[in-house]
Design a protein around this ligand. Structure first.
Ligand code: BT5
Length: 325
């Protein structure tokens, strides 16, 4: 079991030794227990230096999605107020859904190192190998109508795209409705699920999958990872999933507050600025039809508005698009 009290004390003097006496006092543990606790932290991947005279010093932390590691320095109010992290689950969305049904609070975040049955939309699969990705699901209880649910996907796409841009300096682009691409290849997928009755949403689960250090051989051909895109600039080291996860939660928090305070219009504007589809010729595929049209706008409920051949407008609330040019 990972010991947050000890870590807190070690972190309070970055790069410096903390004496055994101080550790005992501040972390509230006995001298005899220190060594064992340090060993178990090391087994978790913490690099801790020990000196017989000076005490202990934290050199580095593991890039495992440990809730306390993410919460440390986390500046958000709603997102991540409660974080649960698993080694392996079938799908973080399924875990979040069943916890939400039991009343788990808004802002609860479920993370996993690996998913055995990661889900895309419409029964599709999300490749979720261990160690390389972020598989995150957030529970929300927004005051919106069921038909406004696409708004949630769009708000999350804006937040994650901005987080990636701030974190890596790369230039992510949003593709309606739920993809984030870099250099034309998919790096993030978002799956929004909800429980609702006729006119009210009970809760929403926003699932976000990000390929961070994921090796390309475990991804579909049209996919990429942040590490792969980053390495084009010459750097090949792994990126910190903890730092990115923290940044994502902070950005989601900011955009969610904006959505609540100012409504959906500012989110649409941000979405358009981050997307390349408005004005493009697209192939639209819904569950029943496939046709070509021009992407014209994003509607107030999050639908895509397209212009058909004879100039007539049509609203697409769910489906996929391919950009033709
Ligand atoms: C999505 O569906 O893009 C939504 C993906 C959501 C994944 C997250 S991870 C945390 C949470 N828990 C879950 O179980 N799911 C969510 P869709 O638009 O239907 O795209 C699925 C398609 O993307 C697949 O059919 C593949 O072509 C492609 N794909 C699968 N895995 C991928 C990956 N890791 N990276 C990029 N593309 C992938």
């Amino acid at each position: 079991m990972h010991d947050e009290k000890i870590l807190k004390v070690l972190r309070s003097s970055p790069g410096e030794y903390v004496s055994s006496d101080e550790l005992c006092k501040d972390a509230g543990i006995s001298r005899a227990a220190i060594w064992k606790r340090m060993e178990s932290l090391r087994a978790e991947g913490y690099e801790i230096e020990a000196s017989p005279h000076l005490g202990y010093r934290l050199i580095s932390s593991p890039d495992t999605l440990i809730p306390d590691e993410i919460k440390w320095k986390l500046k958000s109010r709603v997102f991540g107020s409660n974080i649960l992290s698993y080694k392996k689950v079938d799908s973080t969305n399924d875990v979040a859904y069943s916890l939400a049904e039991k009343g788990m609070k808004e802002g609860t975040v479920i993370l996993a190192e690996e998913q055995a049955a990661g889900k895309g939309r419409l029964g599709r699969k999300w490749s979720s190998p261990a160690k390389g990705g972020i598989y995150m699901s957030c529970i929300l209880r927004p005051d919106i109508a069921p038909n406004e649910i696409p708004r949630i996907t769009l708000f999350a796409a804006v937040a994650v795209a901005k987080a990636i841009r701030e974190f890596s300096g790369l230039a992510p682009e949003i593709k309606w409705p739920n993809d984030i691409l870099i250099n034309g290849r998919k790096v993030v997928g978002i799956l929004t699920e909800m429980k609702a009755d006729q006119d009210a949403v009970n809760f929403v689960v926003v699932g976000i999958g990000v390929n961070v250090n994921t090796p390309s051989e475990s991804l579909p051909r049209a996919a990429t990872s942040l590490k792969e895109e980053f390495s084009r600039s010459g750097s090949v080291t792994d990126l910190s999933r903890i730092d990115l996860a923290r940044k994502m939660l902070e950005r989601l928090d900011i955009e969610y507050a904006l959505l609540k305070k100012k409504g959906f219009s500012p989110i649409i504007e941000e979405w358009k600025a981050l997307s390349n589809i408005i004005g493009s010729r697209v192939k639209v595929m819904t569950h029943s039809r496939t046709f070509e049209a021009q992407a014209h706008d994003i509607d107030q409920d999050g639908s895509l508005v397209v212009r058909r051949e004879r100039g007539q407008m049509e609203k697409i609330s769910s489906g996929d698009i391919i950009i033709m040019e």
